[in-house]
Design a protein around this ligand. Structure first.
Ligand code: ISJ
Length: 192
């Protein structure tokens, strides 16, 4: 299974400036996407048990890819998918570690992470996902026939901890996220 090089600094992934600005969004990505759109939606694609990716195992303390709780979403702004989210939680986590995770539905995971004082956040890591990386295949599956003919995507990931539990969120940024900045700029200039 192809792996990515996850770096501590975004400069190493070669993203254009506006994409780098999205990759380094300091707080909740959900909050920023809401601020840049009229209508925001978390489209839940799947939330069930699955074997995690090779990239993910060591980040959540597993010696090798094992069955985890997996959540896949598309974050949509004004109907347009802009981020693919992939979250994994070890099966060893207890319900008291992540009490809201299993029943999230189409509520944003971010709203349960950023406003819970028991949650601590690890450092962001960044990567350029190339063809053959399993997350690229997941993104194309999620987008179906609308999959843009792209070969690489920029992504970030972060480990969250709550009590004894670990949770890894990986966010793959779709090229359409760059349109939000332009749209936000036009909306601002049009209201003057
Ligand atoms: C971590 C956040 O939660 C977002 C919501 C997700 C979900 O609901 O599965 C997944 C990825 C995140 O972009 C955030 O808003 O920053």
């Amino acid at each position: 299974m192809r792996r990515a090089r996850w770096l501590a600094h975004p400069a190493g992934v070669g993203a254009p400036a506006v994409m780098r600005d999205w990759l380094t969004t300091p707080g909740s990505l959900t909050a920023r996407l809401i601020a840049h759109s009229r209508q925001f939606r978390v489209q839940k694609l799947r939330q069930a048990g699955n074997v995690c990716l090779a990239d993910e195992a060591d980040a959540i303390g597993l010696a090798r890819p094992r069955r985890v709780w997996e959540r896949e979403v598309l974050l949509r702004c004004d109907g347009q998918p802009v981020v693919y989210g992939h979250t994994v939680v070890p099966m060893s986590a207890s319900a008291s570690d992540w009490p809201l995770f299993s029943a999230l539905g189409e509520r944003s995971l971010g709203t349960t992470l950023f406003y819970d004082p028991r949650v601590t956040r690890g450092a962001l890591e960044f990567a350029r996902l190339r063809p053959g990386h399993p997350l690229v295949a997941r993104v194309h599956a999620a987008l179906g026939r609308n999959a843009p003919a792209r070969d690489t995507y920029f992504a970030r990931r972060c480990v969250y901890r709550r009590r004894q539990g670990l949770l890894l969120v990986t966010e793959v940024f779709l090229p359409e996220v760059l349109d939000l900045e332009a749209a936000a700029f036009n909306m601002n200039t049009n209201t003057k």
